[in-house]
Write a protein that binds this ligand. Sequence first.
Ligand code: FES
Length: 164
Amino acid sequence: MTPERERRASELVARYPESQSALIPFLQFCQAHDGYVTQQAIHDAAEIAGITPGEAESIASFYTLLFKEPVGKHKIQVCRTLSCMLRGADELQQHVRQRLGLGNGESSPDGRFYYEEVECLAACDRAPCLQHNLEFHYDVTPEDFDRLLDEWRASDPGVSMPAE
Ligand code: FES
């Protein structure tokens, strides 16, 4: 483990009564650096949590924002569960796919975007719901998505974007 990761692991373990609680935040920390959850990160996380790498991998697999392979920097997830579907998620999904030029589970070739349709994001009363990295957006219309895409583009200039 690198000194930086050892420092972060110590901080996280000290923060919680059970060291296993540090597992997910530690993996998020590693993913922020590596772009995805590497096997080394799984091994390191298992070590600090006092569990086996297989157990760590199994736990991590429940979290839709932990990725086992490199994906686009802007991770866009649209809910596909009932409340959102009843309030226009299918139209939003079609629009997002068209704007990004991506299918479900795909990343753009430039590494900029990743798109995924996911199960309930626990914001059913504000459907349809979209998550961008760790940020939630509620009652999202296709027009809202266009505005958000412009904001993400403006905040991250200098890299080619999907076709208009
Ligand atoms: S059904 Fe979409 S957030 Fe719950």
